[in-house]
Design a protein around this ligand. Structure first.
Ligand SMILES: [Zn+2]
Length: 437
């Protein structure tokens, strides 16, 4: 394969006009809907009264009821062919691999891939990695055993397709992984934000400055990446740190370019709607928060139509200094199922992460617990200091943190310092928010 040069992975796709993007999206949407209805009993029934040929505008798209994770579970549970059920879009013998969701919010969803469908995901990821500056000269280290989780597999195959040298880092402990980075002279990393911070912490303990390891760029996956955490990672590693958003069911559907300000929606591979949080029936205006409803337009093994990701994002505008023409989202606010009310106040856990990472370098790990005490909601924050601290100093940090949280969230937290190493360290998906009500 001849090496690509230039700033875009696919200059044609990445600089289409808005009109061209919309026309491609609508055509592909009609094709997908017709295919899904003819192949999957689930869609045949759900969209019985809707004719694909009648979908001529985005308003027509809005007439289709949304699909969520629970629908997918029901379409699979106990149905043939096992384990994909009524939502498998290709003959079972065409399935070449599958991934599954982590199951943190219930029974996992099994996502089948045919060779073609998997290549579609890999191609989307090529755009993401190229946009983040990964090039064939990069050596990309992935410090995880990927198991059946999708993002690192996508990143792995896409980095290979780009021409990078890919080094998988499963079956090693953190120290072993840091040594591997040194041994192979890695220049790029794919990891979760939490693990990126953890590796930096471990490197320091080994007497190595993470910024001296030669990592130039890092693509984060698996968890929200608020700006404060991103800054912290950039500082620790002396590297450019990039974010994207996606999931096992829809694939990654928006990602950061070199400007590192907002995320480009991966148009026209996806039709993404950012809808109002109350009714999910109207597109919000730029600058407003909404829930992302995503239709991946090119996958046949697992057709997904108007999938409610429950990710809450702030809608941006089109146009970017990088020259790409796709719409952007400004930030990822966290998952709608994590957006909750505590004592009547709307609360999102990512606001705590932002504050802790930006203003409290003394704290290395934390955990938020909401529970009922009598009829009242109680919210507490367990915090673990980075190094052993005197009781009075720790008390002072707890007090300051409580005051700052009150201003930021309008909630009074009970701050509980814990001893070193008491809180769990997460490698894949962190579970720092526990709602026990
Ligand atoms: Zn851009």
């Amino acid at each position: 394969m001849a090496a690509r040069v230039g700033k875009y992975w696919n200059p044609y796709v990445e600089t289409l006009s808005r009109k061209e993007i919309r026309a491609i999206q609508l055509k592909r949407f009609r094709d997908l809907l017709a295919y899904a209805k003819s192949r999957c009993a689930f869609y045949g029934e759900k969209y019985q009264s809707i004719e694909p040929a009648d979908i001529k505008s985005i308003e027509d798209v809005r007439r289709l009821p949304l699909v969520d994770k629970e629908d997918l579970r029901k379409a699979q549970d106990g149905k043939d062919p096992f384990p994909f059920g009524d939502i498998l879009g290709v003959p079972p013998e065409d399935v070449t691999t599958f991934r599954q969701t982590s199951g943190t919010t219930g029974k996992p969803v099994y996502v089948p891939e045919s060779w073609e469908s998997w290549q579609w995901r890999v191609e989307v990821w090529c755009h993401i990695l190229w946009m983040a500056g990964f090039r064939p000269t990069d050596r990309v280290f992935i410090p995880f055993g990927y198991n059946v989780y999708v993002a690192f597999w996508e990143g792995h195959f896409a980095a290979e397709k780009l021409g990078c040298m890919v080094v998988p880092g499963g079956a090693l402990d953190t120290k072993g992984r840091i040594n591997k980075i040194i041994e192979v002279k890695a220049t790029g990393l794919l990891n979760t934000p939490t693990y990126g911070l953890h590796m930096a912490e471990e490197a320091e303990k080994m007497g190595i400055k993470p910024s001296a390891l030669g990592i130039k760029r890092m693509e984060c996956a698996g968890e929200p990446l608020p700006p404060a955490t991103r800054n912290k990672l950039e500082e620790a590693w002396g590297a450019e740190v990039y974010d994207h958003i996606g999931g096992t069911e829809p694939c990654a559907w928006a990602a950061m370019c070199g400007e590192r300000s907002g995320l480009h929606i991966m148009e026209p591979f996806f039709l993404v709607e950012i809808l109002d949080l109350e009714t999910a029936s109207r597109e919000v205006a730029p600058g407003e928060l909404g829930v992302a409803v995503v239709t991946p337009l090119g996958r046949r093994s697992f057709p997904l139509v108007r999938f409610n990701t429950k990710d809450v994002v702030r809608k941006g505008t089109d146009g970017c200094a990088c020259g790409r023409t796709s719409m952007k989202i400004e930030e990822v606010s966290g998952r709608a199922d994590h957006l909750t009310k505590v004592r009547g106040v709307l609360f999102t856990p990512v606001s705590v992460e932002e504050l802790v990472r930006a203003e409290f370098p003394e704290i290395v790990e934390y955990e938020i617990v909401v529970q009922k005490e009598g009829i009242m909601d109680e919210i507490s924050l367990r915090v673990e200091p980075k190094v052993e601290m005197a009781a009075s100093a720790l008390k002072d940090v707890a007090h300051r943190l409580g005051e700052r949280l009150k201003i930021k969230t309008n909630l009074r937290f009970k701050i509980q310092p814990v001893s070193l190493g008491e809180l769990p360290r997460y490698t894949l998906k962190s579970k720092r928010f526990k709602d026990l009500r």
